[in-house]
Structure formats: C-alpha cells, structure tokens
Design a protein around this ligand. Structure first.
Ligand code: AMP
Ligand code: MG
Length: 403
C-alpha cells in the first residue's frame, strides 16, 4: 500500500518549526516604511515640548476679559518657532499663532475670530475666554521615555510619522529574508526568447518571487539552470555566496530521471525531506536546510508552484520577516456543483463574484496544474478537505482569497 500522504497543515507546521524572525538592522527613518520593528520605539523627547497655542489668536489672562467686552494692549507677536521673550501682564495680550509657545503670564488663547482691532491698535475682546482655552499642554501627545510602538509593529504611515516626531533618525527593524529563486529544466527559456522545438518559457519564478516579496522578502533571481548537475550546483553556490536565507527551486524535484535538484543539494550536505503532501495541486514538495539556509523545492507545474508558494513559502517568509501571517480565508458558496473529493486537499481555482452579500465561487471546469490562465482569472482557491462529499450550487465553501 502507498505511504499515507502528509496533511497540508502538518507539512506547514513542519516547515515553520524552528523558523524564527531573523536578526535586526538599523535603517534610516525614511527607508523604514513597511518594515517590522525589531525593538520597541520610545519617545526621545516630549511632545509638545512646551505649552503651545492650538489656534491663531491672542495669548492673554482669562481674568482680564472675564467681564468682556474688554480691550487689551498687544505687546508683541509669537509666531511658531519664535517664542515671545517677555511676559504677559494685566491688560496685555500677545498676538500668537498655532504651534507657538504660550508666553509667560498668559493662561489662555482667544481665537482671532472673537476679536476686533480698534483704531488705536488695541485688541477688543468680544466674549470671555475659558481659562486654559486653546492651549495644548506640554506632553499632551507623549512624554520623553514613554513607550510608543511595540516590537513587531509593521511600520505604516502613522507609526512612521510618530517615530519621526519622537526624534528617531533611524529604527531597528527585522532583517528582510533574502529569497533566491531558481528555475530548472532543459526546456525553459527566459521571457522574450525565440522559442524553439520542445521549449517553453520559464514563468514560475517570477510569480514565486513576487509572492515572497509581498510576504516581506527581498529576492534574487538565479535564472534558469538546465537539467545538469554542474549548472544547478553553480546556481546553488551563488545563492549561498550572496547569503540567501531561503533557496527556492522550481522543477526537477520529483522522482523522474532528470530530477537532479535533490541530488545536488544532498551532495552539498543538504538535509532534505521529500514530502508527498495530501494536496492538489502540489503533491511533491522538497523541504530542508543546507548550510543553515532554508530550502524549498517547488513542483515545476506552474499552478502547483504558485499555489505551494501561497500555502508554504509565504508563511515561512513572513515568519522569518517577523510578520504575523494569516491567509485571507473566507466563507463563500459554490456557484456550481462539484464532485466528491479524494484523499488530497484540493485548492480549486474559482472565479468569484459578490451577490446578495455572499461570495459566490465557481471552480473552473478543468483544473490541470499547468494552466496559469485559470489561476490568473481565479479570485480565490476553493479549499476542499480530503474526502469532502459532492457539493451543490449554494453549498458553503472555504476560500483562500487571492485578490
Ligand atoms: P518538472 O517538475 O521539472 O518535472 O516540471 C513539471 C512541468 O512543469 C513540466 O511541464 C515543466 O516544463 C514545467 N515547468 C518546470 N519549471 C517551469 C517553470 N519555471 N516555468 C514554467 N513551467 C515549468
Ligand atoms: Mg523539469
């Protein structure tokens, strides 16, 4: 009897076991957007660093205008960045602008809309002012030493601006994994080539690398190696030389005569497992390590290589990159009938539309793992558990959203 196939979840757990976020590096604040904080960010300063005006108007003493209307003598101007050097005394006001320090002696800011300048150049206050009005107190936003952002936070626009406001010129971020991607096969040519007899264009690695980048990796395209030990070996050496954290190969990894990738990796001391996963597409998957780097050997069939990248490579990259990965899984309904499933977990390409607040998923009639167009047309993969019974139109289904 054939050996039992490895369930997808078990394969993923094996792949992720022992994977941990890579070390950290310091990057300039301007380059840190989208990265993951490796250490918490603390405030290096207090913001605002002084009691600041929140409005354009007049800094004054509230008690002087308690019986408004009242007139005050304007003794100076306080624009942002140029504190007024003197002090506001009884019957006095300072013209003030948003962001300027509130001068000594003043306790409130009156908005300019509630004033009138008299012919003598005095300011007439039309209404009383609430004590402390329109003043942002020192430290309103944050105080020096306070924790602002936790480690693990993805640096989005708001986190970036906050870290900058807290006076960080550089941030400590998790190193992005370098994923080196190699296509193998005598039949393969780069896009744009003149295609001869028996040849096809190598497509997988472009999609695989993009999936890795979207999960937080940097990528290196190792190009195409023919089915030749020396060529594959040279490409792997290059990946090791440049410090790849994950080496991804596509093709040449099943049990055919020309499947040399595993041999080459093993000859270099690689510790490799060859998994038969209960999954369609993508039953064969090679996984292991070589010289401390992670190896993933994807099947050559284009759809299998991309689906396996979504299911396995993405979470691995995310883990090394310090990100929390969660696939976008939703519940929808079938848009057409599907047959009962066998022992392999199926990832069926399906077109999706929204109707009556539901996602209606209609699997393509033909699910051959070479067909990229149906994958590009698919808004989701319908995940069918092993041995799922036949389903009818309108029955619920689990979707791995692709777009
Ligand atoms: P293999 O795993 O090498 O036996 O390849 C399985 C199938 O996938 C064959 O039809 C190959 O021509 C095809 N294939 C392998 N690698 C690629 C690639 N990088 N791009 C497109 N098709 C590929
Ligand atoms: Mg091949």
């Amino acid at each position: 009897m054939a050996a039992a196939l490895l369930p997808v979840d078990d394969a993923l757990a094996l792949l992720l076991s022992g994977a941990a976020p890579l070390g950290s590096e310091r990057v300039g604040i301007a380059d840190s957007g989208g990265r993951v904080l490796a250490s918490p960010v603390q405030a290096l300063r207090t913001q605002p660093p002084f009691d600041a005006s929140a409005m354009d108007g007049y800094a004054l003493r509230a008690r002087d205008v308690a019986a408004a209307p009242a007139t005050l003598n304007v003794i100076g101007v306080a624009p942002a960045g140029k504190p007024f050097p003197g002090s506001v005394g009884p019957g006095q006001a300072v013209r003030i602008f948003t962001g300027a320090p509130v001068p000594d002696g003043a306790d409130s800011v009156l908005i300019q809309e509630n004033t009138r300048i008299t012919s003598e150049g005095l300011v007439e206050v039309l209404e009383p002012v609430r004590m402390g009005a329109n003043i942002r107190r020192r430290g309103l936003d944050f105080a020096e030493g306070e924790a602002l952002l936790p480690a693990g936070r993805v640096i989005d626009a708001t986190a970036l601006a906050l870290a900058a406001a807290a006076n960080h010129a550089e941030l400590d971020v998790v190193r992005r994994p370098l994923v080196a991607v190699l296509a193998t096969g005598d039949e393969l040519l780069a896009p744009g080539s003149v295609v001869g007899d028996g040849q096809i264009i190598a497509s997988n690695t472009f999609g695989v690398a993009l999936i890795a980048r979207q999960a937080g990796a940097r990528t290196l395209d190792l190009g195409i190696a023919p089915d030749d030990r020396d060529a594959i070996s040279a490409a792997i050496d290059r990946a090791l030389d440049v410090g790849a954290d994950i080496i991804v190969t596509s093709g040449g990894a099943s049990v055919g005569d020309h499947d040399l990738v595993r041999d080459v990796l093993a000859s270099k001391g690689g510790d490799l497992d060859f998994w038969k996963i209960a999954m369609r597409p993508g039953k064969p998957l090679m996984a292991g390590t070589l010289a401390g780097r992670r190896i993933i050997g994807l099947p050559g069939n284009p759809v299998a290589s991309l689906v396996c990248s979504h299911v396995f490579l993405k979470p691995l990259v995310a883990k090394l990159a310090g990100r929390t990965h969660s696939a976008d899984i939703r519940t929808g309904v079938f848009g057409g009938p599907v047959a009962a499933n066998d022992q392999r977990q199926d990832y069926m390409r399906a077109r999706v539309v929204e109707a009556d607040g539901q996602i209606v998923a209609t699997p393509s009639a033909v699910q051959d793992s070479s067909m990229l167009r149906t994958l590009a047309d698919a808004g989701a993969l319908v995940i069918r558990e092993p041995f799922a019974p036949a389903a009818r139109t309108g029955d619920p289904c689990r979707l791995l959203m692709l777009r």
